[in-house]
Design a protein around this ligand. Structure first.
Ligand SMILES: [Mg+2]
Length: 279
């Protein structure tokens, strides 16, 4: 007997007995398959592929570091001396390219977790963002110092140092590698640097790499903060392209990172602004 016939029979029986509840064996109609994390990870494909395969990603990274060099030269030309000059950079997706970790998630039924991220850091296999090593060594050559203000945690310190030293980054030491401590807010670390240095510029892929002005909770607030600080981008703030993750994604979820894969998929699509063609 087919499943359909079984269910039809069960409905007839239920109707006969004046009940709408079905026996459990009969109610077992094929449900739509659940939307899994593996399904959601498929959405990483195009953004990750763009980072790994396109010349445009590489060109944008070079563009950012070429602009940074120009801005540093301008800053130093007008610097009166006194305090030393510093450049503050974020690590991930600013000077380090972790797209291989994202690519590894494709086809898996789990998302980012500190457990797998810790292993990734320990492996020390991140690549340098194009142009990053040359620019940061140029900062050193010009007498400046580089501070890496990152939310990588202490557990990843050894792997991060090994990785960055092997790639040729300067100032990879305890004084300049400022890992996450008790807070992901980078403002106290920026202020700590600014107490002793004149900060020429800041580089990052996430708005909170730049200023407390971007410490926002919603997409609308984030948008407004960018508008009111627009003259600072390309000047003291230089942004690197990261389409794969970021604080913006949490705002898409109303900061509910624990939402199910199906809910995340729905929230992502609800934030799209589709074309409404005329009838
Ligand atoms: Mg980053």
């Amino acid at each position: 007997m087919s499943r359909f016939t079984l269910r039809t029979a069960a409905v007839s029986v239920a109707l006969l007995w004046g009940s709408v509840s079905l026996p459990s064996w009969a109610a077992d109609t094929p449900a739509a398959p659940a939307y899994t994390t593996k399904d959601l990870n498929e959405q990483l494909v195009l953004a990750t592929l763009w980072m790994q395969a396109s010349g445009e990603f590489k060109a944008l990274s070079y563009q950012a570091f070429n602009l940074a060099k120009l801005r540093l030269d301008m800053y130093l030309a007008g610097h009166p001396g006194g305090k030393k000059v510093a450049v503050i950079v974020d690590a991930d997706e600013t000077v380090l390219d972790n797209s291989a970790y994202e690519a590894w998630l494709v086809g898996k039924d789990f998302g980012y977790s500190s457990k797998t991220w810790d292993k990734w850091m320990e492996a020390a296999e991140a690549k340098a963002m194009p142009g990053a090593v040359a620019f940061l060594n140029y900062v050193k050559k010009r007498g400046g110092e580089v501070f890496y203000v990152t939310n990588r945690k202490e557990v990843g310190k050894a792997g991060t140092i090994k990785n960055m030293k092997a790639l040729g980054f300067p100032f990879v030491d305890d004084a300049h590698l400022m890992l996450r401590t008790d807070s992901s807010n980078k403002e106290p670390r920026r202020q700590q640097i600014a107490a002793d240095y004149d900060v020429a510029l800041l580089m990052g892929d996430n708005l909170n790499d730049f200023s407390a002005a971007f410490d926002t909770k919603t997409l609308a607030e984030s948008d407004a903060a960018v508008e009111s600080n627009k003259a600072r981008f390309g000047a003291e703030f230089i942004v690197l392209p990261n389409p794969t993750y970021g604080d913006w994604e949490g705002k898409v979820y109303n900061n509910n990172w624990g939402a199910s894969p199906a809910e995340k998929d729905q929230m992502r699509k609800a934030h799209l602004h589709p074309w409404q063609p005329a009838e």
